[in-house]
Design a protein around this ligand. Structure first.
Ligand SMILES: [Zn+2]
Length: 397
């Protein structure tokens, strides 16, 4: 290059001093088209294609041939012009696709606060990840390695992920093509450790470790609460299936005596134009564990313990407790219904007691539940109602 510049300078001196035209043409043709082409000329599909700075050199101007704007590698024809002379050269360039083409554009997924297995599974754009249940919220960071695409949604903080849920991630390419990915987030159920009868789950005690095993009584007065628990294997022997007509969701079971008492009570209520149904009654230990640990993913344990029993500590496992419903309404809507008022007045006459009254939360350990009744037999229920006490107080006497 330096040599050529020297030659150009010599030529210019010659041009000034020499008077012969033939000699000038010959020399000029040899030296005037020195140029250098820019390397790696790459444009993106749809982008303004500008060849104004693709080469430098010793010429007056240049003209470019037709531009191929399709994706791929092309050669542009460039004609250099100087002093009426021309020289044609080929300049390679590339038009790059700006659309993600691979199905594997979601490069990685990170769940803050939880080390995601880098070998998360992917099948048909569905990713599955497993997170601990006690994660109340977490941040999803998605990544793509396509330079022409960006992740436009689906990242960010997820609050209360719940039991199992779906999370969507969208990648938008520069041409606005959108790629959807479904991330199915599973709750890890595997971290349950039994130490004798006491279970821990993801580091949480999910029984009350200082509780005692309940004494099973034959008179319907078995006490199950935060202090007394049932073994995981405890299943009442005389469960009967509640007639579908009398339950809201299906699947409800009660012990035979509790069921018979419920039917009698329901008939009495029907006689007054009410529709007294049940939502859930008997729940086994596993069901209660699922409920309880699901709540743990939404609230702190301190809060959960005010409204949900730890597995083994639920009266529902006795098969003598029900959450009542008004007609087709959910239990959450039970408070204040005609059925609710009727139950407050009449349930004891059929052997049922309101188990978690509004003014006894310090004794029962649970917030008021207008819908939760426990069958204990008519005599005891009526006596308890007369005394205005909880089962804890009643058995203490
Ligand atoms: Zn209940």
């Amino acid at each position: 290059m330096k040599n050529k510049i020297v030659k150009i300078l010599i030529l210019l001196i010659l041009l000034v001093s020499c008077s012969s035209p033939q000699e000038l043409d010959t020399d000029e043709t040899e030296v005037k088209f020195t140029y250098q082409v820019k390397e790696n000329i790459i444009f993106t599909e749809g982008e303004l294609i500008d060849f104004s700075d693709i080469l430098v050199g010793n010429y007056d101007s240049y003209e470019i041939g037709s531009i191929n704007e399709t994706i791929g590698q092309h050669v542009l024809t460039v004609t250099l012009l100087k002093d009426g002379e021309t020289k044609t050269i080929g300049v390679p360039y590339t038009i790059k696709d700006k659309t993600p083409t691979s199905n594997y554009y979601l490069k990685s997924l990170e769940f803050e606060g939880y080390e995601l297995d880098p070998t998360f599974t992917k099948e048909n754009d569905v990713y599955t990840v497993t997170i601990p249940r006690n994660l109340v919220s977490f941040t999803v960071n998605a990544e793509t390695d396509d330079p022409f695409a960006s992740i436009t949604s689906g990242t960010g903080v997820v609050q209360n992920p719940g039991y199992d849920f779906e999370h969507h991630i969208t990648i938008t390419a520069e041409d606005k093509t959108e790629f959807y990915y479904l991330v199915f987030v599973r709750i890890d159920e595997s971290e349950s450790i039994m130490n004798g009868d006491i279970e821990t789950w993801n580091g949480y005690d999910i029984n009350y470790p200082n509780s005692q095993l309940a004494t099973i009584r034959s008179d319907h007065l078995t006490l199950v609460n935060k202090q007394y628990r049932l073994q995981e294997s405890y299943v009442p022997s005389d469960l009967v299936y509640v007639d579908e007509e009398y339950q809201v969701y299906g699947g409800a079971h009660l012990t035979r005596p509790a069921y018979d008492a419920y039917i009698e009570m329901r008939n009495a209520a029907s006689g007054e134009g009410l529709n007294l149904k049940v939502s859930t009654c008997y729940r086994d230990y596993d069901f209660q564990r699922t409920l309880y640990t699901n709540y743990l993913s939404q609230d702190t344990q301190e809060v959960v313990d005010t409204y949900s029993a730890r597995p083994g500590h639920s009266e529902h496992q006795l098969g003598t407790s029900c959450d009542f419903a008004s007609g087709v309404l959910n239990i959450d809507d039970f408070t204040g219904t005609p059925e609710d008022y009727w139950m407050r007045d009449n349930a004891a006459d059929f052997g049922f007691i309101l188990r978690f009254p509004e003014d006894k939360t310090d004794i029962t350990g649970y917030t008021y539940e207008s819908w939760h009744y426990r069958y204990i037999g008519i005599n005891d229920a009526q006596e308890m109602k007369r005394l205005g006490v909880t089962l804890e107080e009643y058995l203490d006497q």
